[in-house]
Design a protein around this ligand. Structure first.
Ligand code: PCA
Length: 326
C-alpha cells in the first residue's frame, strides 16, 4: 500500500469514528421539577424529554430531576434564568410577587373547571409570555393541577372551623387565606409535605387530590372537601440563550414536543382528577361536598383575594380579566 492510500484509509477511519461517537453539537440539558416521579406532571416531562430525544436523534438530551432533588421549588425559576439549568418546571403562582399575572390562576373561583381554566390561560398567555421573556425565559407550555379542595382531620361546616388550624401554604394566595380565616400559615412545598403532615406541623391545607395522593395524605388527615376553588398551573420554560444556541431544526423539535406536552398535560389532568379522588376514598378518606355555609364563606374569602389581585394588577390585569370574561 502506498503512503497516499494509507492516509486515505486513516482519514476514512477517523471520519467514521467522528460520525458514530462524536455528535459535535449534541447538548445535554437538565430540567428540575419540584414534584414526585409518579405525578402526571413529571410523567409528562419525561415524555417531553423522550420526544425531543427521538426527534433530534439524541442530539438534545434532557434529564428530568423530579421531587426538588436538584433545586427547591422556589429556586427553580432563578436557576433557569441564570443558566444553572436550561429548562425548568414551576408552579407559576410561586412567583406572583414578581408579576401579578403569574398569580391570576390562583384567584379563587375565577376559573374552576378545566374549560374555564383554559380560557383564562388563553387570555393571560401573552402577558405571561412577555413577563417571562423580560426575565430571559421562553414559555414552552403549561399544565393544570386538579381543582383545589380542603384537607383536614375534622368536620368543617363553615369557614369558622378553619380558625386555628396549622395551615400549610404553598404560595402568596394560600398564606393570605390562612390570614383571612384565622389559621396559622406555614409555607411548605410539596416535596416536604409528607414530613410536615407526619410530624403534625400541618393539620389543614388547600391543594389538589393529586397532591393528596402524592403525599399519602390519609396517613395524617381524614376529610377532603371538594371545593373546586381554583386550578393552578405549572409552567415549563427554557433559558432564552440556551434555546437560541440550538439550530433551527432542534428548536422546532423542542417547540413541537412542548405543544404535544401541553395538549397531553391538560388531558391528563382532566382524566386523572376522578381517579385521584377514588384513591383518596379507597384509602379511607371522607370525600365530601362543601356545605352551603362553607361555600358562601369561601366565596367571601375569594372576593377578598380577587380584590387584592385587581389592586396589584391594575389596568393590565383588568384588561386580561375583560378578555377572559368576554
Ligand atoms: N399541588 C401543588 C401545587 C398545587 C397542587 O395541586 C402543591 O400542593 O404544592
Amino acid at each position: 500500500m502506498n503512503v497516499t492510500a494509507k492516509f486515505a484509509r486513516w482519514g476514512l477511519a477517523a471520519a467514521t469514528l467522528l460520525a458514530t461517537t462524536a455528535p459535535s453539537f449534541a447538548a445535554n440539558w437538565v430540567l428540575p421539577s419540584a414534584y414526585p416521579p409518579a405525578n402526571y406532571h413529571v410523567e409528562n416531562l419525561n415524555q417531553f424529554a423522550k420526544d425531543i430525544d427521538t426527534a433530534t436523534k439524541g442530539e438534545l438530551k434532557i434529564t428530568v430531576h423530579p421531587n426538588a432533588s436538584l433545586f427547591k421549588a422556589p429556586d427553580i425559576k432563578r436557576a433557569v434564568q441564570t443558566g444553572q439549568a436550561q429548562v425548568g418546571e414551576v408552579l407559576l403562582s410561586l412567583h406572583e410577587n414578581e408579576n401579578p399575572v403569574f398569580g391570576l390562576d390562583v384567584v379563587p373561583f375565577l376559573a374552576t373547571s378545566f374549560e374555564q381554566s383554559k380560557k383564562l390561560y388563553a387570555a393571560s398567555k401573552p402577558a405571561i409570555e412577555q413577563a417571562l421573556d423580560k426575565q430571559g425565559l421562553k414559555l414552552l407550555y403549561t399544565t393544570p393541577w386538579p381543582p383545589q379542595g380542603i384537607f383536614t382531620k375534622k368536620d368543617v361546616s363553615s369557614v369558622a372551623d378553619l380558625k386555628g388550624l396549622k395551615w400549610r401554604a404553598y404560595n402568596v394566595g394560600t398564606s393570605r387565606i390562612a390570614e383571612i380565616v384565622g389559621a396559622q400559615p406555614v409555607t411548605v412545598q410539596a416535596a416536604e409535605l409528607p414530613q410536615a403532615l407526619a410530624t403534625g406541623v400541618v393539620d389543614g391545607l388547600m391543594t389538589s387530590s393529586a397532591t393528596g395522593v402524592d403525599s399519602k395524605i390519609w396517613e395524617s388527615l381524614t376529610h377532603y372537601y371538594d371545593t373546586q376553588a381554583w386550578i393552578p398551573k405549572n409552567a415549563i420554560f427554557v433559558n432564552k440563550a440556551a434555546f437560541a444556541a440550538l439550530d433551527p431544526a432542534t428548536q422546532k423539535a423542542v417547540t413541537d414536543a412542548a405543544a404535544a406536552a401541553e395538549a397531553r398535560g391538560w388531558a391528563l389532568a382532566a382524566e386523572k382528577t376522578a381517579s385521584y379522588m377514588d384513591t383518596l376514598k379507597k384509602n379511607g378518606m371522607q370525600v365530601l361536598e362543601p356545605s352551603a355555609e362553607l361555600k358562601s364563606g369561601l366565596a367571601e374569602v375569594g372576593a377578598k383575594l380577587t380584590e387584592d389581585w385587581s389592586k396589584k394588577a391594575g389596568a393590565e390585569g383588568q384588561a386580561i380579566l375583560d378578555a377572559y370574561k368576554k
